[in-house]
Design a binder for this molecule. Structure first.
Ligand SMILES: [Zn+2]
Length: 546
C-alpha cells in the first residue's frame, strides 16, 4: 500500500513536469562556445561554456530542455550570471550510446517569443567510458556492439563522436528508440536540419604528462590550427561552420604520421605498412577523383582506430578507420570514397553519400573493368531491394486502391530526396548515379557536377535541373521514378521483344536484327530490379517459325 502511494506521488511529480507540455524540439542551438577539458587517466570530461538558443516554434517558450549523455552531470546553468532553476532527470533515448540522457528542464527568466534568442552559461562533467547499452539491450552481441559504439575516453586511446553517438555537447530531441524502424535516423535528421547553419567554437584541452609520449589531438572542425602546448596541457582551438553537415568529434592518441600532398594518415604503432599503403592508394587516385568531382577543397585526414573491428566513421574529409588491412584494392575503394567527400560537398545525403559510393564503382571500373563495378553495385543492390520488397508487400495489401500514377505518402517519404534510410541514400543512390551516367554519358555528368554549388542547393530539384541542362533527353520520368518518388523496383522480363522500363509499368522497344538472335539478355546489372531470374529469353526454332 505504501509502495503504491509512493508511486502515485511519482506520477503526480511526472505530470507536474509534463503539464508544461514540453516541446523538446522548439529550440535551435544556434551557437556553442565550449571549453572542454579531457582527463584521459580518469576517463573524464569537464565542460564550461555558453550556448545560444533560438525559439523556432510558433509559440512563446518558458521552458528549455538541454540534454547530455547520461554518464555526465549538470553542474550549473545560468543566464547573464544569474542561476536558473532547473530539474535534472534521466531521459531514455537511443540517441546516446548509453541509451539515456541527463536532461535539464530549465525555467527561462522570461518567456521567449518566437524567433527570440537566449544565451545560457553551462557547466557539466562526468566520464565517457565504452558503453554499448543501446545496442546490447536490443540483443546485439556484445563484441559487435562494442565495435559499433567504440567511443570512449581512456589513457591509451580516446575517440568521441557527437550527436547520434555520445551527447558530449547539449542537444534537445524527442526520445529515439532503435527498435522502432528509422525513428532514430529521422530524429537525427531533424536535429541536423535544425543545426544546418549553427556554429561551434570548441577549445579542447588535454593534460599532458611530461614523462609520457606526447599524444596527438585531432578535431574534425572547419578550421583547427595544430594543437599548442600551454601550462602542461595541449589545447586545440577550433571552429565549426555548419553543425548540420559535421558531427563534432575528437581523437587523442599516440599517432605516427604519413604525410602526403593530398592526405595525412595518422596511424597507431605497428600499422606502418597499411598506413603507407592507404596514403599511396589515395595519392594515385587524386587526379581521377578531381576529374569527376573537382579538386579536393582540403587535405583528407585518415586516423587509425584502436579496435581492429571498429566500424569506420566518416565526417567530411576525416575518416576514422582501423588501419590493419594492406590489401591495395580495399585501400583504393575506401580512398575513392574519402577523396570524393574531400572534393564534393552536399547537405543532401543521396548526393553526398550517393556520389561517394558511385566514385567507388567508378574506381573499380577504372581498375578492373565494367564487370567489377557491376559486381560491386550488385552487392549494394541486395541491401535495398529487401526494403523494396517490404514496401511492395505493403502496397499489395491495398492493390485495388492503387491508381496508375501512385503518389501515396509512402512513395514520397521513402523517396531518395527525403529518405533517412542508409540503404537508400547510399546503395540505391549509387545505382541512380550509375544509371544517369549510362544515360547521359561521362562528359555531361561531369559538367553537371561541376555546376553544383552546395550553397545554391535550396530545392530538391536543383541537382536534377543541373543534370537536365546537360542533355537533350527528357529525364523527368527518370527523376520522378527514382529520385522524387519511390515506386519500387522495376522488373525487366523478356516477353517476345518487350522491354519494361518503369517501376510497375511497361515500355516497348523494337529491335531490328539482321538474323534471328539466339538469346536476348536484358539489364547487365546496372539497373536495380526486383527479379533478375527472368532476364534471359532463349529463342527456339519453333518459336521463330510461328
Ligand atoms: Zn561517405
Amino acid at each position: 500500500m505504501k509502495l503504491r502511494r509512493l508511486c502515485f506521488l511519482c506520477v503526480l511529480c511526472a505530470s507536474a513536469v509534463n503539464a508544461f507540455s514540453l516541446d523538446r524540439e522548439a529550440f535551435t542551438f544556434t551557437n556553442y562556445d565550449l571549453n572542454v577539458r579531457v582527463e584521459t587517466e580518469q576517463q573524464r570530461l569537464g565542460v564550461r561554456g555558453k550556448i545560444t538558443l533560438r525559439n523556432d516554434s510558433a509559440t512563446p517558450q518558458k521552458i528549455a530542455v538541454l540534454q547530455i549523455s547520461s554518464s555526465l552531470d549538470w553542474r550549473s546553468i545560468t543566464a547573464g550570471g544569474k542561476p536558473l532553476q532547473f530539474i535534472s532527470q534521466p531521459y531514455t533515448s537511443d540517441i546516446d550510446h548509453t541509451g539515456a540522457l541527463s536532461e535539464a528542464i530549465v525555467t527561462l527568466p522570461d518567456p521567449l517569443p518566437p524567433r527570440g534568442n537566449v544565451d545560457l552559461e553551462i557547466a557539466y562533467e562526468g566520464v565517457i567510458v565504452l558503453d554499448a547499452t543501446r545496442l546490447t539491450r536490443i540483443a546485439t552481441p556484445e563484441a559487435a556492439a562494442n565495435s559499433t559504439d567504440w567511443d570512449q575516453i581512456s589513457p591509451k586511446f580516446t575517440a568521441v563522436r557527437g550527436a547520434g553517438y555520445v551527447t558530449w555537447y547539449p542537444i534537445a530531441t524527442e526520445s529515439a528508440n532503435l527498435s522502432e524502424g528509422t525513428l532514430l535516423f529521422d530524429i537525427l535528421a531533424r536535429w541536423k536540419a535544425r543545426e544546418i547553419s549553427s556554429t561551434m567554437r570548441l577549445q579542447v584541452a588535454v593534460s599532458s604528462d611530461e614523462e609520457a609520449d606526447k599524444p596527438e589531438l585531432l578535431v574534425n572542425a572547419t578550421t583547427c590550427p595544430t594543437a599548442y602546448e600551454a601550462q602542461h596541457q595541449f589545447v586545440a582551438d577550433c571552429t565549426y561552420r555548419s553543425l548540420g553537415s559535421v558531427v563534432p568529434a575528437f581523437v587523442i592518441a599516440n599517432y605516427e604520421l604519413v604525410d602526403r600532398a593530398a592526405i595525412t594518415v595518422h596511424f597507431l604503432r605497428g600499422h606502418d605498412l597499411s598506413a603507407a599503403n592507404y596514403a599511396d592508394a589515395a595519392e594515385k587516385l587524386v587526379p581521377f577523383i578531381a576529374e569527376w568531382f573537382g579538386t579536393p577543397r582540403g587535405k583528407a585526414q585518415t586516423a587509425d582506430l584502436a579496435d581492429a573491428n571498429a566500424a569506420p566513421f566518416e565526417s567530411g574529409p576525416l575518416l576514422l578507420t582501423s588501419l590493419t588491412s594492406t590489401e591495395p584494392k580495399l585501400a583504393g575503394l575506401s580512398a575513392a570514397h574519402q577523396l570524393t567527400h574531400a572534393a564534393f560537398l552536399s547537405s543532401r545525403p543521396w548526393i553526398n553519400e550517393g556520389l561517394a559510393h558511385f566514385a567507388q564503382a567508378l574506381y573499380l571500373e577504372h581498375q578492373s573493368g565494367r564487370q567489377a563495378a557491376l559486381d560491386y553495385i550488385g552487392l549494394h543492390r541486395s541491401a535495398f531491394s529487401a526494403i523494396g520488397k517490404d514496401n511492395d508487400k505493403e502496397k499489395d495489401k491495398d492493390k485495388d486502391k492503387r491508381t496508375s500514377a501512385p503518389s501515396s505518402e509512402d512513395d514520397t517519404s521513402q523517396s531518395l530526396v527525403n529518405t533517412n534510410a542508409e540503404e537508400l541514400y547510399r546503395s540505391k543512390a549509387m545505382c541512380v548515379w550509375w544509371m544517369l551516367r549510362d544515360m547521359i554519358g561521362d562528359p555531361a555528368l561531369k559538367k553537371a557536377l561541376a555546376a553544383y554549388h552546395p550553397e545554391q542547393d535550396k530545392e530538391p530539384s536543383y541537382m536534377p535541373h543541373l543534370i537536365q541542362a546537360q542533355t537533350q533527353n527528357n529525364l523527368e520520368w527518370f527523376f520522378d521514378d527514382w529520385v522524387y518518388r519511390d515506386r519500387g523496383l522495376p522488373d525487366f522480363k523478356v516477353a517476345s521483344k518487350r522491354l519494361v522500363v518503369r517501376g510497375k509499368s511497361d515500355g516497348v522497344i523494337r529491335v531490328e536484327v539482321p538474323k534471328l538472335p539466339e538469346e536476348i539478355v536484358i539489364n547487365d546489372g546496372s539497373v536495380p530490379e526486383s527479379d533478375v531470374k527472368n532476364n534471359v529469353f532463349k529463342i527456339e526454332a519453333d518459336a521463330a517459325a510461328n
